[in-house]
Design a protein around this ligand. Structure first.
Ligand code: ADP
Ligand code: MG
Length: 327
């Protein structure tokens, strides 16, 4: 498999001098580093001004989404849902409602591998402090990991938790959604070539002015090394890895992607990247396929023609979905 795919692996991104008409910006948001790059057709004072406006608009949009969806901010709409939705149906924004609907759709598609109620136990993990729930705590919380307990009423735009201990977290989908929104802002402003990245999520508008974008997938066990560089045009790609937020205890890796069935970290593979058009879906699907593992994960992706996958297993072998295999 690795051999068949040598065309991707062999390509290394040469560092190119930054053309004057590329505008770039990096900033911290949603607990990660975000990057933005776009092309403006001329380099006049007007376009300098436009670039500043666009950068500000993208930053503001990511911050707005962070304010609404962060589980760490007590005032976020997500936190309000977590403290109030078990008492009575709570009216929520159309935006949150739509993301909860997509989350439910992917839970159903994946037979529960993607489940935002993983947070019912997830909040007891603290990777920086090397803290994790013990077996008793996990056992107690497992009944609250159940996406069907998140009851949505579309007419009323309400959410209700039918189990009192349910907590939700959109960490597996919100960054992809933020990337999608920012690309829409750039597109509406007439931009034709752009890259928006937030952590493991990247969305692309068009190509890199006459050549493809090259998006790297990190080597899962060698920091600052790439496993693969992919030439992409007008696509989104999301990578979920067990090396972003983790600690190791007694030789066991505890990391931020949780198997909803066990309440423990998913350990069937070490990295999953999903490629497709919609940044929201590729984000959620990378987390989903990570939980499902190689065989079941590839089977699911191969059943979805709009998405492709690159999976690195525990032996660090790279596997690609049907659409990426060379004839
Ligand atoms: P990253 O946040 O590093 O980009 P992912 O896209 O893989 O990585 O998302 C991981 C996040 O998804 C976790 O930090 C957590 O918030 C959330 N999550 C973990 N397990 C699940 C799961 N089984 N279903 C849905 N979301 C999950
Ligand atoms: Mg994801």
């Amino acid at each position: 498999m690795l051999k068949n795919y040598v065309v991707f692996i062999g390509i290394l991104l040469c560092s190119q001098p930054v053309a004057a008409k590329w505008f770039k910006n990096s900033f911290k948001v949603m607990g990660t580093q975000a990057h933005l790059q776009f092309w403006l057709d001329d380099n006049s004072v007007d376009s300098q001004q436009k670039s500043h406006q666009l950068i500000a608009a993208v930053q503001a949009e990511m911050q707005r989404i962070d304010e609404a969806m962060s589980p760490y901010k007590a005032t976020s709409e997500l936190s309000l849902i977590n403290t109030q939705a078990a008492q009575k149906p709570l009216v929520i924004s159309a935006e949150l409602f739509q993301l909860l609907q997509i989350s439910e759709k992917i839970s159903q598609l994946s037979q529960g591998a993607f489940d935002i109620t993983y947070a019912s136990i997830g909040y007891q993990y603290d990777y920086r402090q090397k803290q994790r729930p013990n077996k008793t705590a996990i056992k107690k919380a497992l009944s609250a990991i159940d996406h069907s307990a998140v009851q949505l009423n579309e007419q009323k735009s309400t959410v209700f938790f039918s189990h009192k201990n349910v907590k939700i977290d959109l960490g597996g989908i919100a960054k992809g959604y933020a990337v999608k929104r920012c690309l829409a802002i750039l597109k509406a402003a007439g931009i034709k070539h752009a890259l928006v990245n937030a952590g493991g999520d990247t969305g692309l508008l068009g190509d890199r002015h006459g050549r493809p974008w090259y998006v790297g997938i990190k080597h899962p066990r060698a920091e600052d090394k790439m496993a693969v560089e992919l030439p992409l045009i007008n696509e989104a790609i999301s990578t979920s890895g067990d090396y972003e937020r983790y600690f190791i205890e007694d030789g066991v890796r505890y990391h931020h992607i949780i198997n909803p069935q066990t309440g423990d970290s998913a350990r069937k593979v070490v990295s999953v990247s999903i490629i497709g058009k919609d940044p929201t879906y590729v984000d959620a699907l990378s987390t989903t396929i990570f939980v499902k593992g190689l065989a079941a994960g590839m089977k699911l992706i191969d059943s979805l023609p709009e998405f492709e996958a690159i999976i690195i297993d525990n032996e660090q072998t790279l596997h690609v979905s049907k659409g990426l295999r060379q004839q």
